[in-house]
Design a protein around this ligand. Structure first.
Ligand code: WTA
Length: 628
């Protein structure tokens, strides 16, 4: 190992680290995978211990901790109430306008019980799917945790999605109840949420009840018998009753989370109470190195997997104090985050490359105004972090002393898969090595292992407890999407291209499928193209990702117009707004280019790769399948 290429952790970080050595424990975790995970699971509470650690009888539908009885709430809240953690702060929340709300584990439990009683009074039962469409306010967490507590399944839909996208997700899950708020604050403006829900409800035959939290004070339309204010329900005696946590099978559903794939139809990954709890709490403890005295801030949105695993469940199971912020990082000034780090004494900050690049562009004067010395550890997720952003994050935010945990994982994996530990020597831009228990590889289309620094498909060779149990209501699609390509070997296809270097470090290159990462958010080209085609001017279109300095990627669309439409700047703007209206602001295309033809393979598939190569002036690669 040549030393110049590594950033070594400081003595202080090593002394504090939960895990002091990687190689030996990694070897043990691979050779004794089930023992390793049983040891991790034993650190949690169970109503009844499992009979089997891993049931491999029906791959790829692996089952972990079968026979075990638990509930994620037993570990995230209930057991803490019996310890000194009872009075510790669980949540410090700051609204965009500066108001602060805090909750101890004791008061968190009260809020969750009240919310759970309210859901029960609305007829929500074990196994029912409750849709949550909310701003980043404490009630969003309470709603999620309340569902888990009574054995209902939450489906959180990110508050930036349109009513059509929301309705698709409600309908796919046959959800009867939705929880929302009148609105949220973003850059000083109100983002109306209830009005989006109202439109979605008109498109959803299964939707019966909407519970609305008052947050912005925006006027909203409420329908008798369908709509309820949360505060009215909270005032009812039933809300204050004792609420038992439901005993669940380890493999019972905890939540659905929709994510983009290669077809236009939304797909919901299913995560369960048992294996997921074990995986995310172990990864969070060992990688984020959480200590009882720490204040931990994951600046993601709870509406994404990062929020589910590493704002809500992982940190709460580990008894952490979590910091949450409602609004934009640059409101009212670009130092909002740095101000909050000093104000709350944050020790661990976990965010995305897109946020880092976005704040980096304001220069260092905003960070210098604040004392960031409380920070000990930094994290990154969502897309590859470019070395320039890595160095700024490390030097300016981390004051050269905080290691950066560049965590590679997916909605499907539940938790970190390739990640450093605090003790790991780092290389800027590499997520380093696999987490314990995980065997990964970079392979070619036939499954042959790629050479050193050779690009290939990233696969996972062995099951892990955080893995999704399936796609809700569509087992075939689960097999088809992730397990078909390397069926013979039984490997999981990640959909990412990667390289492995001479030190065994992984370098993620990006998606190989039809998924675009915009500001770390996952969008399917098929979803964007389906939105385009609902506009009367469009015959066909192709969405591609072009590198963007802040967002990582931006969406560019090539579109063929119907004969009676003429290309114009106005039409381009109209189509851009049309996509935003159909999908939500995160899917705003950078440009729409009008063309007469799209390059296609002989089997009729659009060659997005070729479009991208042409726009970027890159080599066009193998064109043997291009239609004449
Ligand atoms: C990408 C987010 C490089 C990757 C947790 C993956 C990353 C997709 C990293 C999953 C990282 C995530 N370095 N790329 N550290 N983390 N990705 O489901 O392409 O929203 O397949 O989960 O994000 O996105 P998802």
């Amino acid at each position: 190992m040549s030393d110049e290429k590594f950033f070594f952790p400081s003595k202080e970080v090593i002394e504090k680290a939960t895990v002091k050595e990687y190689d030996k424990l990694y070897k043990y975790s691979i050779e004794h995978r089930e023992d390793f995970w049983a040891e991790q699971a034993s650190q949690l509470s169970w109503y009844k211990k499992w009979d089997r650690v891993l049931d491999k009888s029906n791959p790829p539908f692996y089952k972990w901790f079968t026979g075990g009885k638990t509930n994620i709430i037993l570990n995230a809240i209930d057991r803490h109430l019996l310890s000194p953690l009872r009075n510790k702060l669980a949540i410090i929340w700051e609204g965009e306008r500066g108001e602060v709300r805090t909750f101890s584990y004791y008061s968190l439990n009260r809020e969750v019980c009240e919310f759970a009683n309210i859901l029960k009074s609305m007829g929500v039962e074990k196994g029912d799917v409750v849709t949550i469409y909310m701003p980043q306010i404490p009630e969003q967490l309470f709603a999620m945790l309340a569902c888990a507590k009574i054995g209902a399944v939450h489906s959180v839909v990110y508050g930036g999605f349109s009513s059509a996208a929301l309705a698709d997700r409600i309908n796919d899950a046959n959800s009867r109840v939705v929880v929302t708020a009148d609105g949220g604050f973003r850059r000083g403006k109100v983002v109306e949420l209830k009005s989006v829900v109202n439109k979605a409800m008109e498109l959803s035959p299964t939707m019966e009840i909407c519970i609305t939290v008052k947050h912005t004070g925006t006027e909203v339309y409420m329908e008798n018998g369908r709509d309820y204010w949360f505060h009215d329900l909270k005032a009812l005696p039933i809300a204050g009753q004792k609420c038992e946590t439901a005993e669940m099978d380890a493999n019972d559903m905890l939540f659905l989370l929709y994510t983009s794939g290669s077809t236009g139809k939304p797909k919901a990954l299913v995560h369960t109470h048992g294996g997921y709890s074990v995986y995310i709490s172990a990864t969070h403890k060992m990688v984020m190195d959480i200590k009882p005295e720490d204040r931990y801030w994951c600046a993601a949105d709870p509406g994404w997997i990062t929020g589910h695993s590493y704002i809500v469940y992982g940190p709460l199971i580990n008894g952490a104090t979590i910091v949450m912020y409602e609004g934009a990082p640059n409101h009212p000034y670009p130092d909002r985050w740095w101000r909050m780090i000093q104000k709350y004494g944050v020790n661990i900050l976990y965010t995305s490359p897109t946020a880092i690049r976005g704040l980096m562009r304001y220069g260092d004067s905003w960070t210098k105004k604040h004392d960031l010395s409380s920070l000990r550890l930094l994290g990154s997720v969502g897309e590859p972090i470019n070395p320039e952003a890595w160095r700024w994050y490390h030097h300016v935010i981390g004051q050269d002393k905080c290691p950066i945990m560049d965590t590679w994982w997916q909605t499907e994996t539940g938790g970190f898969m390739i990640t450093p530990l605090p003790i790991t020597p780092l290389k800027p831009g590499s997520a380093t090595r696999p987490f314990f228990g995980n065997e990964m590889a970079v392979v070619d289309d036939n499954g042959k292992e790629a050479g050193i620094c050779e690009e290939g498909n990233l696969v996972i060779k062995s099951p892990w407890p955080g893995m999704a149990a399936g796609i809700y209501g569509d087992p075939d699609r689960f097999v088809e999407t992730y397990w078909k390509k390397y069926e013979k070997q039984g490997w999981y296809l990640t959909g990412d291209a990667a390289k492995k270097d001479e030190d065994g470090y992984y370098w993620i290159i990006g998606r190989t499928d039809d998924v675009i990462k915009v500001s770390g958010y996952r969008l399917g080209t098929a979803e964007i193209e389906s939105a385009m085609i609902t506009h009367p001017a469009i015959v066909e279109s192709a969405a591609i990702a072009i590198p963007h300095a802040i967002k990582g990627n931006a969406i560019h669309i090539y579109a063929i117009l119907r004969n009676d439409y003429k290309p114009s700047h106005e039409l381009e703007m109209e189509l851009i707004n049309h996509v935003v209206h159909q999908m939500g602001p995160i899917a705003r295309p950078e440009e729409v280019k009008f063309v007469d033809l799209l390059p296609k393979t002989r089997s009729g598939k659009i060659m997005r790769r070729l479009l991208k190569a042409r726009i970027m002036g890159l080599p066009e690669g193998d064109l043997s399948t291009l239609e004449e």
